[in-house]
Design a protein around this ligand. Structure first.
Ligand code: ARG
Length: 478
């Protein structure tokens, strides 16, 4: 009996599809270590989609007959339905999603199903599946970011005139309108969205690389790329199966977007505390304490903040995995999916949660105004006023600082000082001072482009509207 006859069918070797040369069965623990099916089953729709296009291409170039093509396509379409309807049965023995689909295909259409793998390797197949998956993930994140931007824009419109303390070093710095602060976040998210769009422009189609060297068939890779919506084909077969920079870049973008979310979440936590008391989160987005009946905790915002740590960790995880890997395919690459899948899920969740939380946010305008007033946030404007009266800015800064010290010692605000007291500090003070420390005036004076003056904020709102329209158009065009 030769080796081939001993394998598989008579129970002495492994029955794996690649088992021709093996005499021993796979060790059960190795089977467990080796199997990606417990997580890569989410690639099923992409795997089937890629296989459908591959089979159609094989028929176009004459490698499969039309009858074979139609038989295989019939099976793949049935598998597609089984996956969507949750009827597809996953088994550890299949090892991975690619072999699971092929096994089922053969069950459904007979030995002709085995022809689906002509001119293809799991190496280029998995690279394609991952690219298709990432492309969907990116489209979803872009939609999620745009929805969040819409909410920020809505709240900015509502709070175009709401006086709010602006901070540096977490010390009250200068008064702004709340819209100004919200728009700061909005424009940061716009950049995240644009970065994700740039990711899409860089994506390319790996199928047709085979294991690493190309295959023995004159594949029409351009046709496959066009059918699958890629504008480019990987120009080198080895690069196509070895590269995971698309996944790494994706995780970097997710990490960056997570940082933006986290900073916004942190502010919601601060602002909704009793110490700040600037905003109230919707009750449905907070939770109670098991022991302290009075508590209403911003858990949702805290968890969004926490998830950003995982985004960064997964970026680092994949970086560590890739570092030092020789070309071309190595089984290490199987684990890239663990980082990518969780990130997609979490980022979608965080973006949607943040949008809903912000939509229900209410602002305590009195508290915000008191905070802006109480922090002597008009001090720069007092200094500028003295500059207009002829003082050098440094001297004006010193005098305004002395005024703050005088008032702070007695807990008085800028408007609660007499003209005599002012004149004793400097004869340059006059009645005009009182209109100038009015918070609306201070805000209205910030007329430089990008500033917090009402007309400048209106301009920013307009810019945001235009950006949203443009980015939404780009998305629906896909
Ligand atoms: N499950 C594998 C992965 O996710 C598919 C590729 C397997 N290729 C191989 N040469 N063993 O990477």
């Amino acid at each position: 009996m030769d080796d081939d006859q001993k394998n598989g069918a008579d129970g002495k070797g492994t029955t794996k599809p690649w088992g021709g040369r093996f005499r021993e069965e796979q060790a059960p623990l190795f089977e467990k270590l080796n199997a990606s099916i417990p997580f890569d089953h989410v690639l099923a729709p992409y795997d089937v989609k890629g296989s459908i296009v591959h089979v159609r291409m094989l028929a176009r170039i004459g490698v499969l007959s039309d009858a074979e093509r139609d038989q295989i396509l019939g099976g793949l379409q049935e598998i597609e339905r089984e996956v969507v309807e949750g009827r597809f049965v996953w088994s550890l023995e299949d090892e991975d999603i690619h072999m699971a689909v092929e096994r089922r295909l053969v069950e459904l259409v007979g030995p002709v199903g085995g022809k689906v793998h002509t001119g293809r390797s799991r190496n280029d197949q998995v690279a394609l599946d991952l690219h298709l998956y990432l492309r969907d993930a990116v489209a979803g994140h872009r939609a999620g970011i745009l929805a969040l931007m819409e909410v920020l824009l809505h709240q900015a419109r509502v709070h175009e005139r709401t006086i709010f303390p602006g901070y540096t070093h977490l010390q009250r710095a200068q008064p702004v309108v709340f819209a100004h602060h919200l728009l700061a976040h909005l424009f940061a998210f716009q950049r995240e969205c644009e970065r994700f769009a740039a990711w899409e422009e860089l994506s390319w189609m790996p199928l047709g690389a085979g294991a690493l060297a190309g295959v023995n068939y004159p594949l029409d890779r351009e046709w496959v790329a066009a059918e699958l919506g890629f504008s480019r084909v990987a120009p080198n077969a080895m690069d196509a199966v070895a590269a995971r920079d698309a996944a790494f870049h994706y995780l970097a973008l997710a990490a960056s977007c997570g940082l933006q979310l986290s900073r916004l979440a942190e502010e919601l936590v601060l602002w909704s505390s009793q110490e700040f008391g600037f905003v109230e989160l919707p009750e449905s987005w907070t939770s109670g304490s098991s022991i302290m009946p009075q508590k209403r905790n911003p858990d949702a915002a805290e968890l969004v903040r926490a998830k950003s740590a995982a985004f960064l960790a997964r970026l680092q995880g994949l970086g560590c995995l890739l570092k030092g890997l020789p070309l071309a395919y190595n089984k290490d690459l199987q684990e890239d999916k663990l980082y990518v899948f969780r990130t997609r899920e979490d980022l979608d969740l965080c973006l949607a949660a943040m949008a809903e939380m912000l939509a229900g946010l209410t602002v305590d305008q009195t508290r915000c105004r008191q905070a802006a007033e109480g922090g002597y946030a008009q001090a720069t404007d007092v200094a500028d006023y003295l500059v207009r009266k002829g003082l050098a800015f440094r001297e004006a800064h010193r005098l305004a600082g002395r005024l703050v010290a005088l008032l702070a010692a007695e807990g008085r605000s800028f408007s609660q000082v007499t003209l005599d007291e002012l004149k004793s500090l400097s004869p340059l003070f006059d009645e005009e001072y009182y209109s100038l420390v009015d918070l609306e005036k201070v805000v209205a004076a910030k007329v430089s482009p990008g500033g917090t003056a009402p007309e400048r904020v209106k301009e920013q709102i307009r810019l945001a509207e235009v950006a949203l329209e443009r980015l939404q158009g780009g998305r629906s065009g896909q």
